[in-house]
Ligand binder design. Structure first.
Ligand code: NAD
Length: 274
């Protein structure tokens, strides 16, 4: 029993979560704090992060927030120094800053030729480079320690095309490849103590996609209905349903797991639709 408890433990680990003011990072932070980890939330939105840190203090005081733009290398390096000065190490990095943007979504009465290229670039920049840059900056401490777990956030938009979200999908597809690439690079050059994996959340009802999935009165949009028809569980996921997989990937229980993308999707990616 004690052996299994230790295997899955993240107690005392230093976990850095980008997009820390957001919904999913907030849920994952709850999991880490309940499990005795030290959590540092990074977000560009200082107010959002302040609110999140205050609410998480109910669980544990081992939580802090730092304003940080994941697209600004100098800012990331300053934050890295601050974290290392205080905690001396980084054990877990979750790259949760990201998401789709209204301007990068093809409207209901639009087609791909209406796409604003500037918005396409913004959404690919945030989702792809906003994962690459923190990995390069915070991964350095892990390389020095020869241990660490990096967890990226992929999407159901990777394997098959999901209409309307072209830039977001392209960026998330690149994250899958980057996850495998970094897993191989870090293992080959720094040993098997550093692992890089991704989770691919299915359709969770959060602010990011609420207007795509539900009408103002809470009933399902046509898109929401189509998704549930293709989801064997016949429901949307809950943000807290990511916690178990993320803690597994952060702990020694996954010590031989690297370069994977784990769907958390109620069966969506397994189902042919027939
Ligand atoms: P969210 O919008 O609640 O949180 C994202 C956070 O990122 C926000 O707090 C925002 O301020 C922050 N952010 C934006 N730009 C930033 C920058 N340049 N630097 C630092 N922080 C920045 O989104 P979420 O639902 O929590 O999603 C988190 C991740 O999970 C995203 O990558 C998203 O694409 C992915 N995802 C979400 C779902 C879902 O259903 N919600 C499904 C699949 C994947």
């Amino acid at each position: 029993m004690e052996y299994i408890r230790k295997l899955f433990s993240v107690e005392g680990k230093v976990a850095v979560l980008t997009g820390g003011g957001g919904v999913l990072a907030g849920e994952m932070a709850k999991g880490f704090l309940n499990a005795g980890a030290k959590v540092i939330l990074l977000d560009i939105n200082e107010e959002g992060i302040g609110r999140k840190v205050e609410s998480l203090k109910n669980i544990s005081t081992n939580v802090s927030g730092i304003k940080c733009n994941v697209l600004d290398q100098k800012n990331l390096e300053d934050v890295d120094r601050e974290i290392l000065k205080k905690h001396g190490r980084i054990d877990v990095l979750i790259n949760a800053a990201g998401g789709n943007m209204p301007g990068a979504t093809i409207g209901l009465n639009q087609n791909i030729f209406d796409l604003e290229y500037e918005q396409f670039k913004r959404v690919t920049d945030l989702n792809l480079n906003g994962t690459v840059l923190p990995t390069l900056v915070f991964g350095r401490a892990m390389a020095g320690q020869k241990s660490g777990s990096i967890i990226n956030i992929s999407s159901m938009a990777v394997a098959r095309a999901i209409t309307r979200v072209v830039g977001y999908s392209a960026a998330k597809a690149a994250i899958d490849n980057f996850t495998r690439w970094m897993a191989v690079e870090l293992a080959s050059k720094f040993g098997s103590g550093i692992r890089v994996n991704a989770i691919a959340p299915g359709f969770l009802l959060t602010e990011q996609n609420r207007t795509l999935l539900t009408e103002k009165d809470g009933s399902l949009t046509q898109r929401g209905k189509t998704i549930l028809n293709l989801t064997p569980f016949k429901r949307f996921g809950l943000p807290e349903e990511l916690i178990g997989t993320v803690l597994f990937l952060a702990s020694e229980a996954s010590s031989f797991v690297t370069g994977t993308v784990i769907p958390i999707d109620g069966g969506f990616s397994a189902f042919s639709g027939v």
